[in-house]
Design a protein. Structure first.
Length: 231
């Protein structure tokens, strides 16, 4: 490293002592004596210092929030982790695959959720299977008990009876996952979700089925289930 003239650069230009020093590249072209003076006594320096302090404070708060989140998740039961951490990401993936589609049960548009064909309470084994989750309006999903009959009619209308038969066959799946498996699936699900977020598209039915197969395979929880391919 060569010595350079302390003369300041950018917003600190003209604030140096004009002597030669070994300059820290982070100190706005000022030497170790002039830089703190500029931060404390110069109006532009004070504003810059306040900005740096605010950014540092926000970074520290972000780190603390992440640490608290990690600590909270570390003591969660396996099912609580599934419900509160992984399930929301899986449900969003279903909504993104079905982007631009009406509610699977009512065939109407509105505020949408990821609606389970077979409820989580009745079968946790397929709660995270993308084939068991389709876009559904909150009214139908929450207040109308899931609209099971209408849900199945919507599946037939959109994808055909063969696909409904496949969904019914999934009801026999009774897999249980360890927390470690769910944690690994969470990271993969976030990656898959990010790609869908970047490329929001209205997909035709056969592509939506393909994306559900792809998501299940990528996330890795349902490798043992034969995927459905529309004829």
């Amino acid at each position: 490293m060569n010595k350079k003239i302390c003369k300041g650069k950018g917003i600190a230009r003209g604030s140096g002592c004009s002597d030669e020093h070994y300059l820290n590249p982070m100190h706005k072209g000022l030497c170790s004596h002039c830089y703190p003076k500029w931060l404390l006594n110069n109006e532009k320096g004070k504003a810059y210092f306040d900005k740096v302090k605010l950014k540092s404070k926000r970074n520290q708060e972000t780190i603390k929030r992440k640490e608290k989140t990690q600590q909270r998740r570390a003591i969660m039961s396996t099912d609580a982790y599934r419900a509160k951490v992984l399930q929301p990401v899986i449900n969003e993936i279903a909504r993104l695959i079905d982007y631009g589609q009406p509610c699977i049960a009512t065939r109407k548009f509105g505020k949408m959720a990821g609606g389970h064909r077979k409820s989580v309470g009745s079968n946790r084994g397929i709660a995270l299977n993308l084939h068991n989750i389709h876009i559904q309006c909150f009214q139908s999903n929450s207040y109308n008990g899931g609209d099971e009959r209408k849900y199945d009619l919507g599946i037939v209308e959109e994808y055909g009876e063969e696909y409904l038969d496949y969904l019914i066959s999934l009801e026999n799946h009774t897999a249980k996952f360890s927390k470690a498996e769910l944690e690994d699936a969470f990271n993969k699900a976030k990656e898959f979700r990010l790609d869908l977020r970047k490329h929001k598209t209205v997909y035709v039915p056969i592509i939506r089925i393909h994306l559900r197969n792809k998501a299940n395979a990528f996330i890795g929880l349902y490798d043992s289930i034969e995927p459905f391919y529309q004829k």
